[in-house]
Write a protein that binds this ligand. Structure first.
Ligand code: APR
Length: 174
């Protein structure tokens, strides 16, 4: 079992870490779910930074990741990544979800991060089946830890107990 990964049942905006990952949408203008919580707790600075990115490159494509200030959050940065909306499973949902984790690692590594917290991307409003999403997340995070040695700590922060139990079972089986 990888010692660097911790499964936490809680609120991602409350856990001090270098990087908090947001499950955003392509507009980068905020939303509900974890996106809403991050903007609410992080404050206007985050939205302003997102608007600058929009002005430069439009929004953020599914599977891609951009980085902003973390505002008032207990972190240095927020990485906004856009998960796939579940659409039956034959529309590259798995690859796009994998890319969310991969690209977040790349951006985190490029910004000198040593710790990162992920929410359960796409498993809320975007309806990605929780078990499948958990397997994809854990596999991609485990592989990425071998690639990016600077990242010493990964928190998978489960807001819902259902996801927490899925991840606990999965990580014990690794
Ligand atoms: N901390 C950690 N996880 C949270 C928090 C929080 N404070 N609030 C919600 N979550 C969890 C949800 O319970 C879910 O397990 O984040 C996971 C992802 O759910 P959503 O936030 O709905 O994200 P997603 O399914 O990727 O849908 C993205 O929702 O909020 C909008 O703007 C966002 O359009 C985008 C869509």
């Amino acid at each position: 079992m990888n010692r660097k990964i911790e499964i936490i049942h809680g609120d991602i905006t409350k856990i001090p870490v270098d990087i908090i990952v947001n499950a955003a949408n392509s507009s980068l203008l905020g939303g509900s779910g974890v996106d809403g919580a991050i903007h609410r707790m992080g404050g206007k600075e985050i939205l302003n930074a997102c608007q600058k990115i929009r002005a430069k490159q439009g929004g953020c494509k599914v599977g891609e990741a951009v980085i902003t200030t973390a505002g008032n959050l207990p972190a240095k940065y927020v990485i906004h990544t856009v998960g796939p909306r579940w659409n039956g499973g034959n529309n590259h949902e798995t690859d796009n979800l994998k890319n969310c984790y991969l690209n977040s690692f790349i951006v985190a590594n490029n910004n000198g991060a040593t710790s990162i917290s992920f929410p359960n991307i796409s498993t809320g409003i975007y309806n990605f089946p929780k078990n499948q999403a958990a397997s994809i997340a854990l596999e991609t995070i485990t592989d990425s830890l071998y690639l990016y040695h600077n990242i010493q700590k990964v928190n998978i922060v489960c807001f819902e107990i259902e996801n927490y139990l899925i991840y606990k079972e999965l990580i014990e089986s690794l």
